[in-house]
Design a protein around this ligand. Sequence first.
Ligand code: ASP
Ligand code: MG
Length: 412
Amino acid sequence: MNKNIIVMKFGGTSVGTIEKIKNVADRAIKSKSEGNNVVITVSAMGDTTDELIELASKISKNPPRREMDMLLSTGEQVSAALLAIAITEKGGRAVSLNGYQVGISTDDVFSDAKILTVKKDRIVSEFEKGNIVIVAGFQGITDANDITTLGRGGSDTTAVAVAAALNAKYCEIFTDVDGVFTTDPNVVSDAMKIKILSYDEMLELASSGAKVLHLRAVEFAKNHGVVIHVRSSFNNNEGTWIMDTENLNEKMEKAVVAGVSYDTNQVKISVFGIPDKPGIAAKLFEELAKAHINIDMIVQNVGEKGIAAISFTIKNEDLNTGRKVMEELKHKLEIKNIEIDTEIAKVSIVGAGMKSHPGVAAAMFSALGDKGINIEMISTSPIIISCVIRKERVKEAVKLLHNAFGLDKQKL
Ligand code: ASP
Ligand code: MG
């Protein structure tokens, strides 16, 4: 590990104004003066990305994806250059680099590209010149030298990938909240900041609705052992550490439930009266996969008289495509009836400790059942339990579960 290399990432709100960019410059200069080699990854200022998308949408409903990446990648270049100017103005030394200049190579899936490799030579040679290195987030370059972007929120992934390439001490993600919370503080006012999470806990929280980090950034960190520190850019408080918790002090018992998350961005599709025979489920989900629709939960009931029913959930934004696929399948698979339910939500509890504690699922179900909240679907994996319930009751459910697992009283 390169003990003196630190990567810091600042999100859109943290570089939203010139004043804030100047604050980031102060932080960078301070860290450098403490003897660190500093890389700063930035997002686009404020709502810039949305505004650029809006501009394109005034011209075309379906703009070429390559051109969208060309357009959106400019947002990060603006904030990177402004930050370099701010640092220089304050007497520091800095250079800003775009994805191409660093050598961040990606696949060619425009607007959702995956980082393949990150070169470290240019960054290291800038360190040697005494520069703070600013890397435009969210972008990379294909083999054919086309500019790609990494999906919304992708600057997190840039930061983690750069930290991995440099073998940095850690990657600090500065944002507009104090860290990762036991649940959404907008729903539960006494939600607590979590001190430490394992990669898997963070992955489950992020994929079940918590919106703190780009999912792929956490996956990348896990695969490369990058320690992440999520913290506020507006104060100096310690935030949440995301790391390998296997070898932590034995006394630090793993929380049975570390957090409660929820997702209101799902719809349920139920398929009634399909033939209960081998291969039918495969056909159904193959067609959905071909249309690039990700399935979340699936429940199949026991077939009676050779007839079965399957329900599954997908993301809201996939509903139109999903509906089309299902209509086509209706004839092919002799489906009697298809129902679409948009009034559902998913509530989940996540914690590495539940692996070794029986009764967690039962406690969750009775907390919901006691208040008459009906559970419509359930899914579990070693460290997460999710229930689909009525959307109108999701906030109540989050509060109930947060309380039932003692998260608001926890001394963290
Ligand atoms: N600017 C991009 C977005 O708004 C990337 C990022 O913020 O991480 O999604
Ligand atoms: Mg942004």
